[in-house]
Design a protein around this ligand. Structure first.
Ligand code: 5GP
Length: 125
């Protein structure tokens, strides 16, 4: 079920548990600002999730409330992961689902990083 992106942060969400090490993940990168790990149900040959370490429900929440350092650190981490995976040359896609119409399911901001094949049109018609 998609979430309401305006809801209060729930620290029992699955990515909060992964960040606290209570649930395992297949980690690809970690720094002060972000953790990146493989999606459990990949939609492309490369499907990585990058999450900020701070408690933000969605891109909306993050862009409104996070500090400049957190925002810069998170965006740099996403770019770093993409380069580490060799994605800039063939190309790749970033996606952040937000709330109901965006079909966001996990209420902790995450950016999907898709690559490894031709990804086709942006949205199904
Ligand atoms: P959303 O629809 O919220 O943008 O995407 C949530 C993503 O999280 C989905 O692609 C789903 O496969 C992934 N996911 C859900 N639970 C887990 C988990 O426990 N571990 C990992 N690695 N990915 C998960």
């Amino acid at each position: 079920m998609p979430i309401d992106a305006t809801q209060a942060y729930d620290d029992q969400n699955i990515f909060a548990k992964i960040l606290r090490g209570e649930i395992p993940c297949n980690r690809v990168y970690e720094d002060e600002f972000a953790l990146a790990f493989h999606d459990i149900n990949p939609q492309a040959p490369i499907h990585i999730l990058v999450v900020p370490k701070g408690p933000y429900v969605s891109w909306d929440d993050f862009s409104a409330k996070a500090g400049d350092g957190e925002i810069a650190g998170f965006i740099r981490a996403v770019g770093h992961v993409a380069r580490e995976q060799g994605l800039p040359a063939p190309g790749y896609r970033l996606l952040a689902n937000i709330g109901g119409h965006g079909h966001q399911e996990v209420p902790h901001l995450h950016v999907h990083l898709f690559g490894g094949r031709q990804l086709g049109a942006m949205l199904p018609r």
